[in-house]
Design a protein. Structure first.
Length: 259
């Protein structure tokens, strides 16, 4: 029985030493001679793959002879059957990771900062941390993808990640937005966008508390558009919720259980 096509995001490897790997899909090399970080003892590591490893049969080649086991991680291609506006990736990681974003195999600039990559470091000596990495405004497509650009000197790794779509209430036709309400902790720097154009930047600081707080700010007059988005481009805090006066009154109906 032939399995359905898969989109392969990463490989879980168990090894010691410093292996070099090559990955192919359906007989075509997609990743060549990647040197992995050294493990002085037998350990497990997640290695993210490049965008576009889509097919039936993935293969890994290596001349490494120490303890070496691996398993590809993939999802069925049918999981991505519709286009969406993708807002961000929610990434859980260890150590320091250097992250790239892609949509339909096209590289996107994380947090709209102008660079092809963004570096994340676990905060406050945490063993692992979770941060959001944002797509540029109006990132519309089928297949989202991220990658930690591993090197043999970087021991950080991404443990889990999920793509988050922009909720429909943020693009339900032409709307006038006058204010935003943000629930956050710590210090955050936020840029607001309408139809892909930046309308203003804001700073919110709750560093003097250890709790989440809710604050309000006003958008410039004439903030009229169809797609409202926001990006946290700086600060070590975290945003829990951000809504405008329009989206707060236009919530999606809850899922109803069929009788």
């Amino acid at each position: 029985m032939i399995k359905q096509r898969q989109i392969f995001q990463s490989i879980i490897l168990e090894y010691s030493g410093t292996p070099t790997i090559t990955v192919s899909i359906d007989g075509t090399d997609k990743l060549t001679n990647l040197a992995l970080p050294n493990h002085s003892i037998r350990k497990t590591r997640i290695v993210d793959l490049p965008a576009g490893i889509i097919g039936y049969v993935p293969q890994l080649r290596s001349s490494h002879t120490d303890v070496f086991r691996f398993q590809f991680q993939g999802v069925p291609e049918t999981q991505y059957q519709a286009q969406h506006i993708y807002h961000y990736w929610e990434i859980t990681f260890q150590g320091t990771v250097n992250v790239s974003l892609f949509l339909d195999e096209v590289a996107k600039k994380p947090n709209n900062l102008g660079s092809d990559t963004i570096t994340l470091t676990a905060r406050d000596s945490r063993s692992q941390d979770t941060r959001r990495v944002y797509y540029p405004p109006l990132s519309y497509g089928w297949v989202p993808h991220y990658r930690h650009n591993v090197t043999n000197t970087n021991s950080g790794q991404i443990l889990n990640a999920r793509p988050v779509q922009l909720p429909p209430r943020f693009y339900k036709g032409l709307k006038d937005h006058s204010e935003i309400r943000i629930t956050h902790e710590g210090f955050v720097q936020v840029a607001m966008y309408l139809d892909g154009e930046e309308v203003d930047q804001y700073q919110f600081d709750a560093s003097n508390t250890n709790d989440f707080v809710t604050e309000k700010a006003y958008l410039p007059s004439g903030s009229n558009g169809q797609v409202l988005q926001w990006i946290q481009y700086g600060g070590d805090g975290e945003i829990a919720v951000l809504e405008s006066d329009v989206t707060l009154t236009d919530q999606e109906p809850p899922n109803q259980e069929l009788q």
